[in-house]
Design a protein around this ligand. Structure first.
Ligand SMILES: [Zn+2]
Length: 308
């Protein structure tokens, strides 16, 4: 009898330790709600960033969420795997791409070593939008003139048009004066180049014709210089140049822990997320803060209907 009582007490204790207390259950519900909100915001961001390529979202088996592309291809939002930052870099799902928020108004030094917003890329998405091979991508390239030369850039999803606009804005006299022209901007060191990122086996964004390198300095890249040297160069870099590129949906490699200071990359999803969902403030509805027009209203409706 005594033994039975002990067994029951032990059972009660174990249940209390292992089972979820009401507090924990509440926390889990809150976490799930926060996850759902971020997921919807991220899907909306991809729809806004790639309007001609993303046609809808879908909830499939096991609650897995996909972006539906114009071609009919589905791209998984979240593989639900626990990954290190390095693993995310090599095998990013869409959620990984938007996880680290790009610091639009950053005015300090180098980012933490593993803070690389925009350096994580989803190759299924890039292939769908910009082309699947050297040949496929090459067909989408156009010449953008500016900065004393012609630069091959991908015309899809507004990339070449955005570069054209940025170069035009950079050519304005007041910008030239404030950015110490020549030291930082020109000569442009390259745009399209079908190559891999050195030492990774992954295609460079230059291979898609969506990145450009400005005037090169020996302290520009995390493999060429130590963090102290990189930070000095990063802090001296003209803000007007960075602002013009960011306003045209380019991210700057100077805001990566793995710094790449001469590198700018057309990544509308990173800039849109930073602009509208870059803060942690409480929202009345998950899409609060986004400028609502007819298109965006349609995207929100699609998300609400597809991801119930
Ligand atoms: Zn580059």
């Amino acid at each position: 009898m005594k033994r039975l009582v002990y067994a029951i007490i032990a059972l009660i204790l174990t249940n209390n330790i292992c089972g979820a207390t009401p507090m924990e259950a509440k926390e889990e519900t809150n976490n799930n709600a926060a996850y759902e909100i971020t997921m919807k915001q991220d899907i909306l961001v991809f729809m806004m960033a790639y309007p001609e390529y993303v046609v809808n979202a879908q909830k499939g088996e096991g609650g897995k969420v996909y972006l539906i592309m114009k071609s009919g291809k589905k791209i998984l939002y979240d593989d639900m795997k626990k990954k290190s930052q390095d693993e995310k870099f090599y095998n990013a799902d869409l959620q990984d791409v938007l996880e680290q928020v790009y610091p639009l108004n950053h005015d300090g030094g180098l980012m933490d070593i593993n803070y690389d917003p925009g350096r994580v890329r989803n190759y299924q998405l890039l292939n769908e939008v910009y082309g699947y091979s050297n040949e496929g991508i090459s067909k989408n390239l156009v010449n953008v003139s500016g900065g004393g030369g012609n630069h091959r850039f991908n015309k899809n999803n507004g990339a070449a048009d955005s570069l054209k606009k940025a170069l035009k804005e950079l050519a304005a006299k007041d910008v030239q004066k404030s950015t110490a022209q020549g030291d930082y901007l020109f000569p442009i060191n390259g745009t399209f180049n079908y190559r891999q990122i050195s030492g990774t086996g992954l295609l460079s964004p230059h291979a898609y014709g969506i990145a450009l390198d400005l005037s090169s300095n020996s302290k520009d890249y995390w493999k060429w210089a130590n963090r102290q040297e990189g930070e000095k160069r990063m802090k001296a870099y003209p803000k007007a140049t960075v602002n013009i590129f960011e306003n045209n949906n380019f991210v700057w490699g100077g805001k990566w822990g793995h710094f790449d200071i001469l590198h700018f990359e057309y990544r509308p999803e990173i800039i849109i997320k930073a602009k509208y969902f870059g803060d942690n403030k409480e929202r009345k509805v998950w899409y609060e803060g986004v400028p609502i027009d007819e298109n965006i209203k349609g995207y929100i409706n699609n998300i609400e209907n597809s991801l119930k």
